[in-house]
Design a protein around this ligand. Structure first.
Ligand code: FPP
Ligand code: MG
Length: 320
């Protein structure tokens, strides 16, 4: 991703890594488990926050970095817990904590990271509004995951799918933008526009994620192909492919099984490819990205605006 230079905040991103390492260094076991864990993410959430926090009034980096770190820690905690729920064995090219240790350790490490995030927020006096926004974010992440978990192996309506990806992904990206806009002292309407940019970006991000789950390269995504289907999470490529009469019976047969094998996943990929599902998902993601671009407020720091547009391009074209 090469949007860093546009805002000149490469220093922030280097310092973010230092803050993250420090955040997992209070305890020897946590340090051992979490130092590799925090490596290799896209840092999309702190990047969005740091950019949006420079849309108008610019505070010193040391005021922004603890919150940027907290956002990445909340994201990491949610992935650690998500991997337990999904029974995932690989993330970012390495073993998940549930695979390397066990689910008990993974639950506790996720809880620890989560607590550490809120410690950083409290220590740095961001105030009640930020704490309330963050608690709403975590509540929504949980509600999104609960909705998904309660409907495993069931075919969601388009509305249910969108509701779920909004809660589990789009709301997070939107929150990062909102927090940045608030800290940078934008007008209320501009903060809302930035938050809407984050929502649209997040919807596109998750649709691309759901496509990559079937059609991504394991070496690049760092995750096993077909993980969603294996764990019973029915996503947009499947929802769309099911609308084709010729293909839906075979897909439903796979979904009705107790255990979905690697061969089933290969068959599902073939069935999906015979429909227009890939094109359809790409078009949907592209139209959300279009909305994201249109939502960007006009009167903000132009270098930041350019970087946010570049992030939109990255999200739609990404392979990981
Ligand atoms: C990844 O989605 C997971 C999420 C976006 C959210 C997970 C949230 C929770 C488990 C709630 C608990 C939250 C905290 C803070 C402890 P995905 O499974 O579609 O993506 P993947 O393919 O990368 O796993
Ligand atoms: Mg998952």
């Amino acid at each position: 991703m090469n949007f860093i230079s546009a805002t000149g905040n490469a220093d922030d991103l280097r310092d973010l890594e230092i803050y993250l390492e420090k955040a997992v260094s209070d305890d020897i076991f946590i340090k051992e488990i979490c130092t590799p864990l925090i490596k290799g993410g896209k840092r999309l959430r702190p990047k969005l926050f740091l950019l949006c926090a420079r849309t108008r009034k610019i505070y010193p980096a040391k005021k922004l970095l603890p919150l940027a770190t907290a956002l990445e820690l909340i994201h990491t905690a949610s992935l650690v817990h998500d991997d337990i729920l999904d029974g995932a064995k690989k993330r970012r090219g390495v073993e998940t904590l549930n695979a390397k240790y066990n689910a008990q350790i993974a639950v506790l490490v996720g809880d620890y990271l989560f607590a550490k995030a809120f410690q950083l927020v409290a220590e740095n006096n961001y105030g009640d509004e930020v704490s309330l926004i963050l608690s709403k974010l975590v509540k929504n992440l949980c509600i999104g995951e609960i909705a998904q978990d309660r409907a495993l192996f069931q075919i969601p309506t388009l509305g249910e799918y969108y509701g779920r990806i909004n809660l589990k992904t789009a709301f997070f990206l939107s929150t990062c933008c909102r927090l940045g806009g608030l800290i940078s002292e934008l007008e209320n309407s501009e903060v809302e526009n930035l938050a809407n940019y984050g929502t649209s970006l997040g919807l596109a991000f998750q649709i691309v994620d759901d496509l990559l789950d079937f059609f991504g390269e394991e070496k690049i995504t760092g995750k096993a192909v077909g993980g969603d289907l294996k764990s019973g999470v029915i996503t947009l490529p499947v929802i769309r492919a099911l609308q084709f009469e010729k293909n839906s019976a075979a897909l439903k047969k796979i979904l009705a099984q107790d255990k979905i094998s690697l061969d089933d996943i290969k068959t599902a990929i073939k069935i999906i490819s015979e429909t227009d599902a890939v094109e359809y998902c790409k078009n949907r993601a592209a139209s959300h990205i279009e909305c994201a671009r249109l939502d960007l407020p006009q009167n903000i720091n132009q270098a930041v605006k350019f970087s946010l547009e570049q992030i939109a391009d990255f999200v739609i074209n990404r392979k990981w």
